[in-house]
Design a protein around this ligand. Structure first.
Ligand SMILES: [Zn+2]
Length: 212
């Protein structure tokens, strides 16, 4: 599974919001309703590879816009990314194409540490932009933003795949169904799309040249 996952005509590939360089779709394997992916339109292996300031500003604006909607519709949310530096590594979640997850769920670092059997080194960082220093120095990472917008980057020699999905599956009481490759949760994908599509009509995301 690589970028083809994002290109087929399925409900999980229906674009809800987009800017010139990014699009937002409901996530295949949504363990909870309201789970979205933010994907760049051209290939990067992870967001740490994006250093263009214009692109990062556009991304921030889109994230702001989408997260406000998620907050209104679903309440508290988190943002995370599995940041591989090379293809077919375990750290990713099986998709070697940059994507940020936005998930409406209550979660903070203490809970992650208490639920995970893995010991990661977490650093408090300013924002998602901080991931580039990890990618630049050849380190795979996990990025996590909690409900209070505290941002962290976690590293470890051998980061397990689908790290955050395992945690979220545990929180909802179904730890054995964490793997999106065998658990699509299409009902959640469809209800996310149905609930959020009104914003698509009412509030089309401005194109870059319209808000510059
Ligand atoms: Zn992922």
């Amino acid at each position: 599974m690589e970028e083809k996952r994002f290109c087929t005509k399925q409900v999980y590939n229906e674009i809800l919001f987009e800017t010139k360089n990014f699009k937002v779709i409901p996530s295949l394997g949504s363990l909870v309703e309201g789970w979205l992916l933010v994907i760049p339109k051209i290939h990067y292996i992870s967001y740490g590879e994006i250093t263009d300031v214009t692109l990062l500003e556009e991304l921030d604006m889109l994230l702001n816009y989408v997260c406000n909607i998620i907050k209104i519709e679903y309440g508290e949310y988190i943002i995370f990314e599995h940041g591989p530096i090379e293809e077919n590594s375990k750290v990713g979640c099986g998709v070697d194409y940059a994507h940020i997850h936005i998930v409406p769920i209550k979660l903070n670092l203490d809970l992650i540490n208490s639920l995970s059997q893995e010991t990661l080194q977490w650093a408090n960082v300013e924002s998602l932009h901080s991931t580039s220093s990890y990618t630049n120095s050849g380190r795979a990472y996990l990025y996590f933003q909690d409900n209070s917008k505290n941002c962290y980057i976690g590293t470890k020699e051998d980061i397990p795949s689908q790290f955050f999905r395992r945690i979220i599956a545990t929180i909802i009481g179904r730890p054995q169904i964490f793997d999106w490759k065998t658990n699509y949760f299409l009902e959640n994908v469809k209800s996310t799309y149905a609930r959020l599509k009104k914003y698509k009509k009412l509030c089309a995301m401005p194109k870059r040249n319209e808000y510059a």
